[in-house]
Ligand binder design. Structure first.
Ligand SMILES: [Zn+2]
Length: 99
C-alpha cells in the first residue's frame, strides 16, 4: 500500500514539472518576437535619420516601420503607408541604408 502512495506522489510531481515546463515554453514563445534577432537592432537605436523620406519633414519617433532589419521613421502615418507600398523608391534618401 505504501508503495502505491509513493507512485501517486511521483506522478503528481511529474505532472507538476510538465505544467511548469509548459508555462516556461509559453513564456519563451511570447518573449521571442520582442527581442531583436540581429545585433544590428541595437545599432539602429541611435537614430541617424532626421527627416521623413516621403515628405522631407522632421520625423516623429513614434511613427516607424522596419525595413531590412532597420527602423525607418516618418512624419505621419500616411508616409509610412507610402513607404511600405514602395520602399525601394525611398531608401536612397535614408542614411541608415547608405554604407
Ligand atoms: Zn512624411
Amino acid at each position: 500500500m505504501n508503495n502505491k502512495k509513493k507512485q501517486v506522489k511521483t506522478i503528481l510531481l511529474l505532472a507538476g514539472f510538465l505544467l511548469v515546463g509548459l508555462f516556461a515554453l509559453q513564456g519563451c514563445k511570447k518573449s521571442e518576437p520582442t527581442e531583436p534577432a540581429e545585433p544590428e537592432g541595437a545599432v539602429s537605436a541611435t537614430i541617424l535619420q532626421k527627416t521623413c523620406p516621403v515628405m522631407g519633414s522632421p520625423i516623429n519617433k513614434d511613427i516607424f516601420t522596419e525595413y531590412k532589419g532597420k527602423k525607418v521613421y516618418f512624419c505621419m502615418p500616411a508616409c509610412k503607408e507610402k513607404f511600405e507600398a514602395n520602399p525601394e523608391e525611398y531608401i536612397a534618401k535614408l542614411p541608415q541604408f547608405k554604407e
